[in-house]
Structure formats: structure tokens, C-alpha cells
Design a protein around this ligand. Structure first.
Ligand code: C2E
Ligand code: MG
Ligand code: MG
Ligand code: MG
Length: 282
């Protein structure tokens, strides 16, 4: 199964899945499976992890997370599915499938009068190489009736570290339309702090690695600088991966109000997410 894989570097310079001695064979077979899975609706699906505002005590949105239930290998982790798609030109199809399914699900909420929820969707670096990305996003929003200001796209910190003009211009166009932009996994490489000023961004998601308390307390200093910079720039902070009450309290002391983590909820089915939102007192 998938646990036996090792990694190697693809022509694009990225890590890809590989079997020792049989370069790319397993990856090629799996990619063919992924191509077929994209044409069906019984293997690829999304789960939703609620995001909460603890000041309001409410769920304010959710992040859509990709799942691929392979018929023989079982559940494939999303970063593997995404890496596979990036190495085999399936990323555009996969990315649009995710966005389309997520927006279709969001329209279920809208039809039930729940118009305050923010839908977060991850975009991989390679999706920004698609010159029609913005047009495709617009078309999916139009088809599903989801408003631009209900959608947030999450891009990873590494994309901010090496800001590419094309990526920045796409993000700017999305933001001008009202789509929000979040930097995911923030704090992994703290050198990007200075890019926050130039990067078109609404939200910073503090990475799970910073949620864990370090022995020397250095993480707290990093969090302090991220929080004060974001406050100065008017950027929202979402703390990711909070699992315990102690972690929650620590970030409360840092004046953080938005959280996403197992302490509140693991990723759940679309139906379960709708139920949670509908159960909230208005
Ligand atoms: P991410 O975007 O940072 O998503 C958060 C990940 O952290 C999720 O893992 C979530 O289940 C996990 N998580 C949240 N709270 C906790 C916690 O309290 N404890 C622990 N241990 N984990 C927590 P998941 O679903 O396995 O996704 C992993 C990564 O795969 C995502 O990280 C994202 O980078 C990527 N990914 C997932 N779905 C997509 C997608 O549709 N498109 C793209 N391009 N990437 C995706
Ligand atoms: Mg994310
Ligand atoms: Mg993250
Ligand atoms: Mg993460």
C-alpha cells in the first residue's frame, strides 16, 4: 500500500511519489486511478472542519478538505493526492472538482438561509499556472450561487516566501472581486513576516507546529510577533491545530479569537457541518 512509498524529485523539482527501483511506476498507476476517480463521484469527496469565533461562541465557516477513497489502497492522504495531481497535469481538474463540490455544498447552506458562513478552499501552487484560474472560479461561483465574499482561498506560506508576480496578480484579481485570501501554515518559515506587507492577504493561519508549546518558550515570542504584525496590518488570525484547552488559553492570551482544531471539531461530513450550523442559536 501507500505506506511503503518513498519520495524522489520530479522534473519540476518537487517531491513525488516513487517506488525504489521502479521509477514512478506506482505513481503512474495511482495517477491513472486518480484520473478515473475524477470522472466518478464515489471516490473523491470533501470533509469540512469548522472554524470558530470563540468571542461569539459560533462556527463562522469551515475549511473543505480533500479525501480520496481508493478502491484498493483505501484513504489516500490529501497531500499525496495533490502531489500526484501536480506531477501528472491533473491538478487543474482536481482543483476545480474540489472548488465546485465545495461551492455546491455551500449552496445547500445558502438555501437553508445560512448566509454568514465562510467557505475556505485550499489552492496548490501549480493551480496558479492556469491562466484561466480566475475565470474558472467566477464560473463555479456563478453556477452555484455562492457570493465572492463567502469564499476564501488558502495558499501556503511557501508561495509567499517566493512571491511570483503571476500568483500575486491572480490573488489581487480574486481579492478585487471580493474573494478572501488566507496564508496557510504560517510560521513554518518565519522569514516571510516581511512579505505580509506586500502580499494581498486577509487571513493568516498559524501553523499547528506553533500551537505546540516549545520548552524554551521561543514559540510564544514568534506568536507575539505574528500577532502584533497582523494587528498592525489589519490581518485576521486563525489558529490551526488546537487540540487542548491549555493551547486554546495560550492563544487567548495572545488575543486570538479564531480557531480551527480537534479541540473544537475534527473534519466532519458535509451533512454534519450543515447540522452544526443549523443548530446554532441565531
Ligand atoms: P491544511 O490546509 O493546513 O489543513 C489542515 C490540516 O490539519 C487538515 O489535515 C486537518 O485535518 C488537520 N488538523 C486540523 N486540526 C488539527 C488538530 O487539532 N490536530 C491535528 N493533528 N491535525 C489537525 P488534512 O485534511 O489531512 O489535510 C492535510 C493538508 O493537505 C492540508 O493542510 C492541505 O495542505 C492539503 N489539502 C487538503 N485538501 C486539499 C485540497 O482540496 N487542495 C489542496 N491543494 N490541498 C489540500
Ligand atoms: Mg488549509
Ligand atoms: Mg494549515
Ligand atoms: Mg497545516
Amino acid at each position: 500500500g501507500i505506506a511503503a512509498e518513498s519520495t524522489s524529485t520530479s522534473p519540476s523539482g518537487r517531491k513525488c511519489i516513487d517506488l525504489p527501483g521502479q521509477t514512478g511506476l506506482f505513481a503512474r498507476v495511482l495517477a491513472a486511478d486518480l484520473g478515473r476517480a475524477l470522472d466518478r463521484d464515489d471516490q473523491i469527496f470533501l470533509v469540512y472542519q469548522p472554524q470558530v469565533d470563540v468571542d461569539l461562541g459560533r462556527i463562522v465557516g469551515a475549511e473543505a478538505l480533500l479525501r480520496w477513497k481508493h478502491p484498493t489502497h483505501g484513504l489516500i492522504p490529501p497531500h499525496i493526492t495533490v502531489a500526484l495531481a501536480e506531477d501528472t497535469h491533473l491538478i487543474s481538474d482536481l482543483g476545480m472538482r474540489v472548488l465546485s463540490d465545495a461551492c455546491m455544498h455551500h449552496s445547500v447552506l445558502l438555501n437553508q438561509g445560512e448566509t454568514d458562513q465562510i467557505l475556505s478552499v485550499n489552492l496548490s501552487a501549480q493551480q496558479f499556472e492556469d491562466e484561466f484560474l480566475v475565470e474558472k472560479v467566477v464560473e463555479i461561483l456563478r453556477k452555484t450561487g455562492v457570493k465572492t465574499n463567502m469564499l476564501k482561498v488558502e495558499v501556503t506560506e511557501s508561495m509567499v516566501l517566493t512571491p511570483d508576480v503571476k500568483t500575486i496578480s491572480i490573488l489581487k484579481r480574486l481579492r478585487e472581486m471580493g474573494v478572501r485570501v488566507a496564508i496557510d501554515d504560517f510560521g513554518m518559515g518565519h522569514t516571510s513576516l516581511r512579505y505580509l506587507k506586500e502580499f494581498p492577504v486577509d487571513t493568516v493561519k498559524i501553523d499547528r507546529s506553533l500551537t505546540l508549546e516549545s520548552l524554551d518558550g521561543i514559540n510564544d515570542h514568534i506568536v507575539t510577533s505574528i500577532v502584533s504584525l497582523c494587528e498592525a496590518l489589519g490581518v485576521q488570525i486563525i489558529v490551526e491545530g488546537v487540540e487542548t484547552e491549555e493551547q486554546l488559553e495560550r492563544f487567548r492570551e495572545h488575543r486570538c479569537s479564531f480557531f480551527q482544531g480537534y479541540f473544537f471539531s475534527k473534519p466532519i461530513s458535509g451533512e454534519a457541518y450543515v447540522e452544526l450550523v443549523r443548530g446554532q442559536v441565531k
